[in-house]
Design a protein around this ligand. Structure first.
Ligand code: GDP
Length: 435
């Protein structure tokens, strides 16, 4: 995974700073310089990097004055916060409401991955229980309708388009009308792209927007353009009310970091990342979770938000309560992992990527199948697991002893990572049950 390289360099710089006997000006500057080099390699704009460096210095100087603070922690936190800041436009994102007809129109240049993204987006909502539909209003590119149709069939989402109609405005209007009548609650409209930003493209976008009256306009852009994303996103924003951005091909380009930060600088929220050609290679994006994964610090607050979004209230209550009480067991850890895979999408930053993460999780599940209820529900399984139990689990699941040890170690690390202050910060769930 390309961005993993940037993450590894930043992590390495922080690790070196942590390992230093004394964190003096030289160590601090070297840490900041290495982080800057990592960002530069990802095509983040020099000016942004300069601002980030200055902000980190300011925060560290200020906080350091307060006695009793750990400089290493202050620096780490400042780097984390500034990276989040760089990727977060600070604008709320439109959240569609299930059950109400929502029209989302996709715009972007030809080849950006727009048609693929439309199908991925519809499929994402379908997996969450929505009733999506796809409308192909791209009458400019030959084969656009066939491509959308193929993708729509792949993900089993109804679609609308025409081989003969040349007016995209008419097709868009008819498609949206039809799917509203069919009570679809997520109507995705794919519009034409061109090779260049040109007046005809923008005029067509405006006309399609006029007849379909979209709740959200999503701009799709290819990450390979890096910091040039700023100008492209600005140009589209000026012509149509872009409410969110999807950055595609994050799997193939070293410039992803530059593209993401440049889009944030236009004050447009990035909502998803395209991470491959397949329909499920699509990740919801949120700055804090992204940086957490980039730096390998685990995003528990984000995970709790997602639990609240995706899990029935009674299960939410149980899982949240166990976490809060520090009573995490292998069983509830497994539930959390399931939730995070379902709702957070693949772990983009992990070196082995989604497949390796999921394979590991499957191994853990197989081993858990060979455990007793006592082992699964113990709040301290590492202590409980004597050699005889470990042998039995390994034999029963057809795994090696070291696999069982690895799982227990991963559980121990996760438990250690759940800091009390994070748990205190958990939001109340709608039932009021999380606190
Ligand atoms: P459009 O012209 O903007 O509609 O772009 P398409 O959806 O036709 O995509 C152009 C090419 O990019 C196709 O070959 C897609 O399979 C590919 N593509 C789209 N999204 C991604 C992505 O996230 N990663 C990779 N590697 N390829 C992608």
């Amino acid at each position: 995974m390309v961005l993993a390289e940037m993450g590894d360099r930043i992590k390495g710089a922080l690790q070196q700073m942590r390992n230093a006997t004394v964190v003096d000006e030289r160590v601090f500057t070297e840490c900041l310089n290495e982080i800057s080099r990592a960002l530069m390699a990802a095509d983040v704009q020099i000016r942004m990097i300069g601002t980030m460096q200055a902000n980190i210095r300011k925060i560290v100087n200020l906080k350091e004055r307060a006695a009793g603070h750990n400089k290493r922690k202050i620096i780490q936190q400042a780097v984390f916060d500034e990276l989040c800041c760089m990727l977060d436009p600070g604008k709320p994102v439109f959240v569609p409401r299930k059950g109400q007809p929502t029209v989302v129109m996709f715009v972007g240049l030809q080849g950006s991955g727009k048609t693929t993204t439309c199908a991925k987006y519809a499929s994402y909502y379908q997996r969450k229980g929505w009733k999506p539909a796809l409308v192909c209003a791209d009458t400019f590119r030959a084969g656009a309708f066939d491509q959308l149709k193929q993708n729509a069939e792949k993900v089993r989402v109804p679609f609308y388009g025409s081989y003969t109609e040349t007016d995209p405005v008419k097709v868009a209007e008819e498609g949206v009308e039809r799917f509203k009548k069919e009570r679809c609650d997520m109507i995705v409209v794919d519009t034409s792209g061109r090779h260049k930003q040109e007046a005809a493209l923008f005029e067509e976008m405006r006309q399609v927007a006029e007849v379909t009256n979209p709740d959200l306009v999503v701009f799709v852009m290819d990450s390979s353009i890096g910091q040039a994303a700023f100008d492209q996103a600005q140009a589209f924003k000026q012509s149509v009310a872009v409410g969110a951005v999807v950055v595609t091909k994050m799997d193939g380009h070293a410039k992803g970091g530059g593209a993401l930060s440049a889009v944030a600088a236009t004050k447009s929220p990035v909502i998803f990342l395209g991470t491959g050609e397949h329909m499920d290679e699509f990740e919801a994006f949120e700055a804090k979770g992204f940086v957490s994964r980039l730096l390998g610090v685990g995003d528990l607050s984000g995970l709790m938000d997602r639990i609240q979004e995706a899990v029935p209230l009674d299960q939410q209550f149980e899982t949240g309560k166990k976490l809060q009480e520090g009573n995490l067991t292998l069983r509830s850890w497994c539930e959390l992992n399931q939730i995070s895979i379902q709702t957070m999408g693949p772990v983009l930053m992990s070196k082995g990527g989604e497949k390796e993460g999921q394979a590991k999780f499957k191994r853990y599940m197989t081993m858990m199948d060979s455990m007793t209820a006592e082992e699964l529900d113990s709040t301290n399984p590492c202590k409980l697991m004597k050699d005889s139990r470990i042998n039995r689990i390994a034999r029963g699941s057809g795994r090696h002893l070291h696999d069982v040890h690895e799982m227990l170690e991963a559980f121990r690390k996760f438990k250690e990572m759940v800091p009390a202050k994070m748990l205190k910060g958990l939001k109340n769930s709608k039932s009021g049950g999380m606190n």
